[in-house]
Design a protein around this ligand. Structure first.
Ligand SMILES: [Zn+2]
Length: 232
């Protein structure tokens, strides 16, 4: 069912237990482009699916590093969507599960947060497993202490998910009386399968520029997330 921005705002205001499932559209108002839009700009015909794969990390580390460095946007700040979700934690039972790796939900102050695909701002050495500051990683992908390769703790194509992360996300979705899907085409597995973990009586609200494929009943508002969250 298609609803208005004001009706979507009301649904959020009237719910006490909300879990948000967020994607790239939540960060584009902060100036973080979807990594797919980088395709062709820096690397000709190579697909981002390869450049962000474990295969590329291992076989062509220099190419991986050059691409991943372009995903860091130090100047990006949380927008009204991130801020509203973080502030709601003060008065409601809120969880945010994000596909984004840009760290903006954390910067905004969300604590009930699952970074489903990891974070660019969490780096470690593949050889000695030590944590490394992301600022050091942007200087060099070689670990000073051991000479190993540094990588960001993000889920690459070809890699599996940690059970603990999946379990936390499943629990968060099952806890909600309202599940809000924001700024994502909702087609990436296993993220989009999380919707099947909702309570049977939980409502679903989709806030996106375009309709998404989703089984079952849900309310859909065709809008940018900022239009809704500036009123919440
Ligand atoms: Zn090391």
């Amino acid at each position: 069912m298609e609803i208005t921005v004001d009706q979507a705002v009301k649904m959020i205001q009237q719910s006490k237990k909300i879990t948000f499932l967020t994607g790239a559209g939540v960060s584009t108002p902060s100036g973080v482009p979807d990594y797919r839009s980088l395709q062709g700009v820096y690397h000709g015909l190579e697909e981002p699916e390869y450049l962000l794969s474990s295969e590329c990390l291992i076989r062509e580390p220099e190419k991986f590093y050059q691409f991943v460095k372009h995903l860091y946007h130090e100047e990006a700040r949380p927008n009204i969507i991130h801020q509203a979700m973080a502030e709601m934690e003060n008065t409601k039972d809120i969880w945010v599960i994000s596909q984004n790796i840009d760290g903006l939900h954390e910067t905004a102050g969300s604590r009930h947060l699952v970074n489903f695909h990891g974070s660019l701002y969490d780096c470690y050495c593949r050889k000695c497993q030590q944590a490394v500051a992301w600022t050091d990683y942007l200087q060099s992908d070689t670990h000073k202490d051991c000479g190993g390769q540094i990588r960001p703790n993000i889920v690459l194509y070809g890699e599996g998910f940690e059970d603990a992360v999946i379990q936390q996300a499943i629990t968060a979705v099952g806890n909600a009386e309202l599940v809000v899907i924001v700024g994502t085409s909702f087609q990436v597995h296993p993220f989009c399968d999380l919707i099947y973990e909702k309570r049977r009586d939980a409502k679903v609200l989709v806030i996106n520029q375009t309709p998404i494929p989703l089984a079952g009943e849900y309310s859909f508002v065709q809008a940018n997330g900022t239009a809704v969250f500036e009123k919440v």
